[in-house]
Design a protein around this ligand. Structure first.
Ligand SMILES: Cc1cc2nc3c(=O)[nH]c(=O)nc-3n(C[C@H](O)[C@H](O)[C@H](O)COP(=O)(O)OP(=O)(O)OC[C@H]3O[C@@H](n4cnc5c(N)ncnc54)[C@H](O)[C@@H]3O)c2cc1C
Length: 412
């Protein structure tokens, strides 16, 4: 039966969810403060990797933190003035750093993202942007063999999930990526993974197709939510009241502000990352490459290679600190000494991160007409289309192919 559905958010999660719900014939309206694909989904590293089935919080993470914070080129920064606000989230994050929890989270993540390439294929073919989905595989490299050994648990989790991989020595790395500097001792090639060559264009093209298919997109900010004993009734927006029959919250890092209004607070944190994209770098990469020690990805986007990474805790509303992008540029020159860096454009985005590295996907525990789809952290692009498919299954009363229990909102 066709329903009237309102989605808050037009990042990749909201747009993919809108596409899947519209395919089922529902009357779908997306309400978004920013135009489609112009918030966190604008500038990510583009990875569509089921090999991302490794939670951020792993045993030993606490011991690594002081080194990360002390290293000016390190991947982690906490603005000290924000520390008291971030502390509860960080304590929860650290509490997840056990082997048992890592295994649980890995199983759940893999069950969510394993279909990412197929789900995007379906949406992109319909929208005429299949050229953006590239199944090239990707390369992970380590400067020292020891770094690879330190990541043993992450590789075990991937191997146990059945992720295909080939180990490489320095010569093997050179064969796959001749322009990469020769100082990487160890590599792993993951042949079955892919990427999106322009995450912004993907989100905008899917959104445009959704509109062609009869969906509506309203650019408005949701300020409040009207609720009574029958569930959510309406959204109060900066352009007036919008009645609601069924609501899906896909508001990225702002989702916590909305769930709090619905009496379901969640521990969500802005894990701010940066990118630099080069339009004329004299570099042609056959596939993305991840330097695991530095936690950066370099992806061959259609507009030029992009280096992305960093995790900065400073809250949702603090201004970007583009020194973090300079750190990325330093890594870029170390990886590709011949790179021309004159024309790099910089960007900061806010990953919507949960302390257990798992998004919230599923029905509200309190309101009969509300669903949640947010908190995908480092995997929001990868998880966007699969999440949209699952939400459409739930709304249609089909039983979802993924067990959604690990993603329930009431787990906190
Ligand atoms: C540097 C970096 C690299 C990354 N690399 C990858 C990667 O390679 N692969 C991957 O899978 N993920 C990656 N990510 C993560 C990924 O980008 C995010 O998880 C994803 O973009 C989140 O999508 P979203 O739709 O949930 O939120 P967003 O894209 O942030 O969209 C949120 C939407 O909600 C709207 N909104 C918010 N509040 C309101 C309100 N009150 N009223 C109305 N609308 C509202 C916004 O306007 C926006 O449209 C990376 C992130 C960063 C920062």
């Amino acid at each position: 039966m066709s329903k009237k559905i309102t989605i808050v958010g037009a990042g990749i999660v909201g747009v993919a969810t809108a596409c899947f719900l519209r395919r089922d014939g529902h009357d779908v309206t997306v309400v978004t403060a920013d135009p489609p694909g112009e918030y966190c989904s604008f500038g990510n590293a583009g990875m569509l990797n089921s090999a991302g089935c490794v939670p951020q919080s792993l045993p030993g993470v606490l011991a690594k933190v002081p080194g990360y914070l002390a290293d000016p080129l390190g991947p982690l920064v906490v603005r000290w003035s924000y520390m008291p606000r971030a502390a509860p989230w960080m304590l929860r994050f650290l509490a997840c750093a056990t082997e048992k929890q890592a295994e649980r989270a890995s199983l759940a993540l893999y069950s969510l993202i394993r279909s990412t390439l197929d789900d995007y294929d379906l949406l992109a073919r319909h929208a005429g942007c299949s050229d953006l989905i590239r199944k090239s595989g990707y390369l992970v490299v380590y400067e020292r063999e020891r770094g690879y050994r330190d990541d043993a648990l992450a590789w075990k989790l991937r191997r146990d999930r059945g992720v295909a991989m080939e180990e490489l020595d320095t010569a093997g790395i050179r064969r796959l990526m001749p322009q990469l500097a020769p100082h990487y001792e160890r590599g792993v090639y993951l042949p079955e993974q892919g990427y999106v060559a322009n995450p912004e264009r993907l989100t905008k093209t899917l959104a445009a197709q959704f509109q062609k298919d009869g969906g509506a997109i309203l650019q408005r900010k949701v300020l409040d939510i009207e609720v009574n004993e029958n569930g959510v009734q309406a959204l109060a927006t900066d352009a007036g009241r919008l009645p609601v029959e069924t609501l899906v919250v896909c508001a990225g890092v702002h989702s916590g502000e909305l769930t709090a209004k619905l009496g379901e607070p969640v521990p969500i944190e802005a894990e701010r990352g940066y990118h630099v994209t080069y339009s004329d770098p004299a570099l042609k990469l056959p596939m993305p490459v991840h330097v695991s020690d530095a936690k950066v990805f370099v992806t061959p986007m259609e507009m030029g290679p992009r280096i992305a990474g960093q995790a900065e805790f400073a809250g949702i509303y603090a201004q970007p600190n583009y020194q973090r992008a300079e750190v990325l540029e330093t890594h870029m020159r170390r990886m590709f000494p011949q790179v021309r860096t004159a024309d790099g454009t910089r960007w900061m985005g806010k990953r919507p991160s949960m302390p257990d590295s798992l998004p919230v996907v599923g029905p509200s525990a309190k309101h009969r007409n509300v669903y949640y789809a947010f908190g995908h952290g480092h995997l929001g692009l990868c998880g966007g289309a699969p999440t949209g498919r699952l939400i459409a299954d739930l709304v249609a009363g089909r039983s979802p192919a993924t067990d959604l229990a690990p993603f329930r909102v009431s787990r906190f």
